[in-house]
Design a protein around this ligand. Structure first.
Ligand code: IPM
Ligand code: MN
Length: 354
């Protein structure tokens, strides 16, 4: 008996539809091979729908998405829509309303992939960032005073709840134990300046650690951690951090693992919904050119299979991705792969070997 899953697909903007098409191709191949039954339903959310009909993320769509087993997202961001509207009303609203409180971002350098870090290889770059995904400055607290005047005040609040911090840290400890590599968890914060929020994070981290004595821990200020990610990435196993720092450090993570062409992430509520996406944006300048790298989205699909506990299918797909980057691609960068977007999808399918 094969398991059946309802998968919502949001191709989104720019190159989103192109990379999602390749991810669906790969998912269809791997689900045939491993007898997993995936039922896809497409949702046309994004900049085009907003420009045409003024629609962002209607409540009934949100409710339908809640009933799906997982969501696969291409990209959100349109050159004709002012920055902030689509991101806040679609991407962040999905994260908040579905309470996808974990943003899981693996940083893995596959063999054969170029990293800008000199003398570092796949054995050095293999860690996972657990980013809190619903709080901090992203919660949108704040406001203007005397806007537009010389006396203007802009306040951006960082909201950190005990519950939000604890569930994120607990997830990170659990994840680190399950991953079972170095059994080492690093807390990334800024206790020397953010004397309220980082203090909360640090206290909760120490407390929760009491339940996970098999895990070693350390603490790094975010600025120092940025440096160490470049200098000695091999020290990391799992890093847990707040929303904003997590956003920033995972762009460093993406570039050292080969760039936005390969970096994927999962927005997860361990008790509920989950949405998987490539970390790179909609790259409008590559849109429609068959030049963008679909592997990040295919990796997001692989994370989705893992989340659905279809480990066999996930590992078959990951092996196929590894073969493509090792044997077939000149570079992971858009326009420099030596193949088009669709051909890279075909290569993944051929390595799945149906
Ligand atoms: C990311 C992106 C988003 C974020 C933007 C598009 C709102 O940068 O997923 O990392 O800041 O979380
Ligand atoms: Mn980001």
């Amino acid at each position: 008996m094969s398991n059946t899953y309802k998968i919502a697909v949001i191709p989104g903007d720019g190159t989103g539809p192109e990379v999602v098409a390749e991810a669906l191709k790969a998912l269809e191949a791997v689900s045939r091979k491993c007898t997993v039954n995936l039922q896809f339903k497409k949702f046309g959310l994004g900049g085009d729908l907003y420009l045409k009909e003024g629609v962002l993320l209607p409540d009934d769509v949100l409710e339908e998405l809640r009933t799906m087993d997982a969501i696969l997202l291409g990209a959100i961001g349109h050159p004709d829509v002012k920055p902030g509207i689509l991101e806040t009303e679609i991407l962040l609203r999905l994260r908040f309303k579905l309470d996808l409180y974990i943003n899981l971002r693996p940083v893995t350098l596959f063999p054969g992939v170029y990293t800008p870090l000199k003398d570092k290889g796949p054995e050095d770059i293999d860690f996972v960032v657990v980013r809190e995904n619903t709080e901090g400055v992203y919660a949108g607290g704040g406001g203007f005073l005397k806007k537009g005047s010389p006396d203007e005040v802009a306040i951006q609040e960082s909201i950190n709840t005990r519950k939000g911090v604890e569930r994120c840290i607990r997830y990170a400890f659990e994840f680190c134990r399950k991953r079972d590599k170095k059994r080492h968890l690093t807390l990334c914060a800024k206790t020397n300046v953010l004397i309220y929020e980082s203090d909360l994070w640090n206290r909760v981290f120490q407390e929760v650690h009491k339940d996970y004595r098999d895990i070693n821990t350390n603490y790094q200020h975010v600025d120092a951690l940025c440096m160490w990610m470049i200098k000695n990435p091999e020290q990391f196993d799992v890093i847990v951090t707040g929303n904003m720092f997590g956003d920033i450090i995972t762009d460093i993570g993406a570039i050292i693992q080969g760039g936005l062409g390969i970096a994927a992430g999962g927005n997860i509520n361990p008790e509920g919904a989950a949405m998987f996406e490539p970390i790179g944006g909609s790259s409008p300048k590559y849109s429609g050119l068959n030049q963008i790298n679909p592997l990040a989205t295919i990796s997001a699909a692989q994370m989705m299979l893992d989340y659905l506990q279809e480990e066999k299918a996930a590992s078959v797909l990951q092996e196929a991705i590894k073969k493509v980057v090792k044997n077939d691609l000149k570079s992971l960068g858009a326009g420099n792969m030596g193949h088009g977007t669709r051909e890279v999808g075909d290569l993944v399918v051929s390595h799945i070997g149906v």
